[in-house]
Design a binder for this molecule. Structure first.
Ligand code: SAM
Length: 295
């Protein structure tokens, strides 16, 4: 994928466009201007002010989040997993440096510790400045922010350290490549308690079903997870406008969630509720066929 500024020839400096050559598609947002750029040892982080989507964070040319629609992704990365595990006390977030998933996790009163391990502190510093609403829970005494490679963290942590692991990573390239690989899932399986649960951001059901989603299910099952299931939700700033999170449980079924607790959630959300959770579990026919042999 590459990123260029495009749009009509009169106006091209005023648009951010993420082009997806493999699918012959692109997504553009009209800009007011560039607010920030930083080159860390791992990646180039940029933040733009857009005309209609609030601030926009881009890493290595790929859109990470916009102020307008990040609630969809962050809520669906956190709440289905936390309302599926029977008692999620210790939560690990790998990646997630913008802190939006952390904020959602900390809305759950049962959570005692939420450890976020992002390889790149520069992402969190940019988020604190340009997305302060996502960082409003960073000072919660239950939160621990670490800046290390998530692969090493999970490999070295004591067995059964967490009830829930959330992998809120960039696309499977660069430092995130290993976060989609079999050895990482085996390490996560070991790091989870006996009834532990993992959720991984798993790209677009439309664009990445064969290349990422089906192999992801196979790798999770090989790592020892008893059940895997992909939930899907809209996300207009990501390729195809449709995104997914894949849940994997060591014991029990992913579609067996705490519906009464979800329906009586003691906090506000903008997208997630028990009905959305149930709907996101429904598997479209083309996905059912492609994933049939994968699980
Ligand atoms: N949901 C977003 C998306 O799909 O576009 C991802 C948001 S979050 C900003 C992704 C984070 O993953 C980045 O901050 C990046 O630094 C982090 N990351 C990438 N590889 C990592 C690794 N090996 N260990 C820990 N964090 C990693």
């Amino acid at each position: 994928m590459s990123n260029t500024l495009s749009g009509d020839s009169q106006d091209q400096r005023h648009w951010f466009t993420e082009i997806h050559p493999a699918t012959g598609s692109a997504f553009s947002l009209k800009l007011h201007g560039k607010l920030h750029q930083a080159d860390s040892p791992w990646q180039r982080i940029a933040v733009y002010a857009t005309e209609a989507f609030g601030n926009l964070m881009v890493i290595d040319g790929y859109i990470m989040l916009s102020g307008r629609d990040n609630f969809l992704y962050h809520e669906m990365m956190a709440h289905p997993a936390l309302f599926t595990h029977p008692h999620p006390r210790r939560v690990l977030i790998i990646g997630g440096g913008d802190c939006g998933t952390l904020r959602e996790v900390l809305k759950h009163p049962a959570v005692e510790t939420a450890t976020q391990v992002d390889i790149d502190e520069a992402v969190t510093r940019a988020s604190e400045r340009y997305f302060p609403e996502l960082c409003e829970s960073n000072d919660d005494p239950r939160a621990q922010l670490c800046f290390e490679d998530g692969l090493a963290w999970v490999k070295n942590v004591a067995p059964a350290s967490y009830e829930v692991i959330i992998v809120d990573s960039t696309d499977p390239i660069g430092p995130a490549e290993g976060l989609f690989a079999q050895p990482f899932f085996s390490d996560c399986h070991r790091a989870l308690s006996a009834d532990g649960l993992l959720v991984q951001q798993s790209e677009s059901p439309l664009f990445h079903l064969e290349s990422i989603l089906a192999p992801l299910h196979r790798k999770l099952r090989t790592a020892g997870f008893a059940d895997t299931h992909t939930l899907h939700f809209p996300q207009c700033v990501y390729p195809s406008g449709w995104w997914s999170a894949t849940l994997a449980r060591k014991t029990g079924r992913v579609d067996d969630f705490r519906t009464a607790d979800a329906a009586a959630k003691p906090f506000t959300t903008d997208y997630y509720n028990a009905e959305i959770h149930r709907a996101a579990l429904a598997t479209p026919e083309f996905m059912r066929r492609a994933l049939a042999g994968a699980g």
